[in-house]
Design a protein around this ligand. Sequence first.
Ligand code: SF4
Length: 452
Amino acid sequence: MSLIADEIVRFSSVLRISYNLLTGRDYLKRKKFREKKKLISVALPFSDLVYGFPNLVPVFPIRTHAFKMHKYLTYLGSASSIFGWENVSNFLGFVKNLGIGDVSKIIDEIIDNVIDTVNDKYNEMYDLGIESGVPTDFCYGIKSLYGMHVSKGKNYDANLNYTIRCSAWNKYLESLKTIENPAKQVWIDIPPRNIGNASELLTENLYDAIRELEKISGNSFDRTILRNHFQVANDIRNFYKTILYEISTSDFYPCNPATFSEILVILNNSFQDYNSNANRYRDNMASLVKEMKERIRNKIGMDVSNMPRILITPMFGGWEPKSHELIYELGGRALYADWDILLFLEDIPINKISDPVEAYAQYLMNATTNGIGCDNDALSDSYMRVAKKINADGLIFFQLFGCHSVSNCFSMLKEKIRRELEIPSISLTFNKIGENVEQVKTRLGAFMEMFR
Ligand code: SF4
């Protein structure tokens, strides 16, 4: 891990995003108790509507938890407020270069925690979900989310529930009201197909939810605020896509490929609520792209031209995080692009549609019809689209225990890959993080042999 830590420590933007991700608990407590803001829980990248109300704060539930390295991250945060993140990052890199034992070890521990602590928390919440009676045949992601609500659900003023075409997901959302001290449920039904008046219906459903959010917020809805937020959200999406398609496809990386994968994982986690502050997140994404490009321009990083690009997906319902490290050790570079596969990185079309709510309805309808929705044909086309865009040399598909929706599309996808891309692909089964690492190692070893 220290190789990954060594690299990440030099990206001040990654430190900032990681810090904001892992210290969400203090940030959110401050918002709730001092600034009297209301917390709205969201899952998947469905936070945008909440940003239409300045006194509502969207939160992906894992961020209300305390993480075990909190104390060091707090020191780092205090140092950054005095010296600035860039100086803290330069200092950490300097200390690591000196190789001072204890200090260097602490830095490794901080960064290792960014990497491991979220996954440990996921597993802890998964266990809590099971102990609390979540049906055992749900996927890993749902079980962990359920555990997060059992543990911290009382802190939210509302749960914003978007129905998607996965029946297990919708059942899970229904079950939230049976948890002790349930938060208010605000529902947005997304019609499963874009036929007839589906878009108008979705726009109405969004307006119904806005009226509910107005009651929680105590403020009237203001279209201009939402429109301005969507501009920020689109900037974030464009920075994300620059990293995915411009930087990840280049022959020279700004860091080693394992670090690059790690950054993609951090982005995948933090994109769901933009770390509860979209403007700050947009600024950090802008610096991340700038830092990456500067490093490439100055030839700081690694020539990866001979390393096959391996697309690993899906990860949003659970996947084995050791995979990218293993692929790196086996000579490849692992890429994660779930949010674009599911079409959450498309622009919200505010330049074409004047009503921001209608524009958002169109964005959601597109994601449901061609991405997150569980139409196997459309979804496998979306996997193909992204595999082509990143010039994937191979594809690894995680089939989740308990997933009868997304996981089912692998056989169709495999056939399309064989016909159109002629690259190797495999599926790996997944139940819980860390449970099957040896088997994953063996399968990946055999898979990567094909590129020798
Ligand atoms: S589609 Fe699969 S992975 Fe996603 S929530 Fe439904 S069961 Fe879980």
